[in-house]
Ligand binder design. Sequence first.
Ligand SMILES: [Zn+2]
Length: 414
Amino acid sequence: MRQRRTCALCGTETAGQVVLSLPPTPCANEFVVDKSQRQARYPLDLQLCPSPHCGHLQLAGVVSPSTLFDNYVYASGTSPSFVQHFSDYAKRVIDLFGLDDTSLVIDVGANDGTLLRQFAEHGSTRVHGVEPARGIAEIAESRGIPTTVAFLDPAVARDLRQRFGPAAVVTANNVFAHIGDLEQATAAVRTLLGPDGVFIFEVSYLADVIDNLLFDTIYHEHVAYHTVRPLVGFFARMGMTLFDVERVPTHGGSIRVYVASGDRSVSPRVAELVKSEEEAALFSTSTYESFGKRIRAQGQSLREQIASLKGKGWRLCGYGAPAKLTTLMYSFALDADDFEFIVDDSPLKRGLFTPGTHIPVVGAERLAEVSGRRYCSLVFAWNYYENIVASHESWSGAWLNPLTLDLLDGKAVY
Ligand SMILES: [Zn+2]
């Protein structure tokens, strides 16, 4: 584990600037086959850059990628709502920048090619994916999306530029929070882009994390928690222009950030968002102190609710085993005594045990087996709460959202 001493976006000294500490956890995606396996836990401390021009929030300790990804159980998220989101996204970008069959779109962290397929279908653009996970890249290739298996770095970027020419658009979704060296990654993106090229990325928005108490999105793979103000300065230093930002609903609240490879007129939305971030005190230590208090209070309320349900003879299970489950379990001091099993729709996780807490992950057929009994399912995949509840209408149990504490009674009510 490497301790960060400087801000990833502006280089200001950040040692000693820890503003929030969550309980240490194992790596959030380290699901295990053997529940007797001991798992190392790593601190989850966040540090806030003290520069009055920046205020970037980042993990203080960065776990090495080999530790994070060696045992990575990855489930590609291609739910219908996700595909719709990418379809709207591609159409909007095609319209905004007048893309056509001469335009090249490169997606970094391209996954199974879902976004690029939308660009190819709606705009007939040329497309190319960059994806480090070979198995996922092969799925993209099989769907007709040419994909380079690699992490994007300057050498890969130079090679792609040479082979395919400059890109009109480079996209990166939910990868900008994962990259430790943002300068190197951004330099590589700049290499890919033509002189009028645009870099567009979506990433979770810290303002939504704070407002909606989405603290469980804090885990070791997410090394950065983005706001607009620090990014404006960062891209200016990289010789680029952050010229527009939109808020989008992905992952409980994200921003879609538009960056030009050169100069471009800047939308008033950028200054408006920076102002709202300053007004919300997102660059002040006190915000994170009160955030920590809200997390602890929520944990207390949830534990009381669980105790009350158990007192009335209910049993508990979970639905969804996403990475954020691990942070929620440890922050709320929940464990295998609380949950009999956790259902996950991904076949890759079934038969495994949750990181550190070692709760068995099973398929949805288990719900049918316990139907008619008093079971309450805590929805760890809260961003799919409505979809999950709607797709299990016949289940007799109750549903509980761990972040809002909304309890949706099943048919077998109290
Ligand atoms: Zn900074």
